[in-house]
Design a protein around this ligand. Sequence first.
Ligand code: FES
Ligand code: MG
Length: 578
Amino acid sequence: MSTAGGDGRKALRSHEWFSGSDVNAFVHRSWMKNQGTPDRMFDGRPVIGICNTFSELTPCNGHFRELAEQVKRGVLEAGGFPVEFPVMSLGETLLRPTSMLFRNLVSMDVEESIRANPMDGVVLLCGCDKTTPALLMGAASCDLPTIVVSGGPMLTGRFRGQPLGSGTSVWAMGEDVRAGQMSECDFRAAESAMSRSPGHCNTMGTASTMASMVEALGLGLPNNAAIPAVDARRRVLARDAGVRAVELVHEDLRISKILTRPAFENAIRVNAAIGGSTNAVVHLLALAGRVEVPLELDDFDLLVRNIPLLVDLMPSGRFLMEDFFDAGGLPAVIRALGDLLHTDALTVTGRTLDENNADAPAWNTEVIRDRDNPVTESAGIAVLRGNLAPDGAVIKPSAASPDLLKHRGRAVVFEGVDDLRARIDDDDLDVDENCVLVLRGAGPRGFPGMPEVGNLALPRKVLRRGVRDMVRISDARMSGTAYGTVVLHTAPEAAAGGPLALVRDGDMIELDVPARRLHLDVPDEELARRLAEWTPPPARATGGYQRLYVEHVLQADRGVDFDFLVGRRGAEVHGHNH
Ligand code: FES
Ligand code: MG
């Protein structure tokens, strides 16, 4: 490669578009100038793409125009040329049938947008759940210098003197209404109190989890996870990230240099210590696949056996993200974990995880515990296996009822979400609190898109007796804000002919989390007979993106990515438009 300018630096990728005096260079520069771009911007300085998931239909990312402005100021301050571009945005609350259906689509949007355009480095603006993995996956496949800015959580919701946690309190109040313990009028009034500021869910749901993963992986600046969206320090972080993005380009610090196996091990352990979402499993597996780092479902269990639960946040615990930030945020957790992490892992600051977080005390040891006084001794996600889940299933024990972690019960089976909704509150349904609720047809291929329905609502007649948890098993996912004794991600899924498809009402199921076992107590010969009789459900998707999805989606134990998207393809581009 040639050198740009007189400083001996390697010519940047954007140079191929913006340098020279031929017709192409004229076209590339001239049209950019119609936005008021001065000629000096094309002098070989780093072009930093700001990948924005702003959308008014993604309320969690509704403040991203301002966040992008802060990043731009940082880029300019450091002598770079900022260019903002939009990608499809994924909001959890409105998108149907489920935002997860589109995570891979957005990752393609991101990957192709980066590769096709003249940028040397990228800032990813991520907030609502799927926006983080989608952007990370796409950027990882391109492998340019990349830094992430998360949007930050909403302020703590407050209703009649009580804190309200996004999602978690909705599920709890919803059950109170169904049990006749809260009026619909009060329920409506709580809406405005819960979401009172910009930002994403303020519980340790998937958005907070993934923002924490960004920080633990080394892809974001310290405190990326927890500064509230409206706090001025969030804007400073965005600005600092803009500065740092320019430096990353000069240092040629590509995302693949950060996303190493030790970085993923750190993320998995931090996820355990913070009581993070089960969704991190599929997202981290998919991300590892993009950068070709070997990572297995079992790693999520084996790597966390000695990790204590240090953070007492909803849905597993009591507090919310604002409390977490005040208590020291993720730096305090990383420091507390200390030698349980690979502290020499390189981060986007150019320094190691240890150097970033060496001076990070916990200011409130109720919210962030010391290692010798954890919330629980063991944390994280348990990976279950057995004849009901040959390729694994997951459960988050910290969100489950301790007395149900070992349970044997009679199966009550639902064929998909519609069947569940139609029958769950029927007083004639043959069910009691000792039964095991089984939901199938909600996996990646079956739904399609693997929605967050795994924490299925309990039958009303059970709720009326004051029961608030039962064992539930499905091939679905669960919202990171949800809780319960819920077995998820069962693989292979029912629609792919997994044993979940063979369960019948009345079969006995054994869950034994300490032994990591999920067993269907039906003889092998009987299961073989049922399998021979089984026919796959008719495909719902006959065309369009959904057809591409069902034909190429991998199972949960492989991260639910598309088979053809696995791998790092780099940012090189061949061919020319003009
Ligand atoms: Fe967007 Fe929860 S709905 S983060
Ligand atoms: Mg969520």
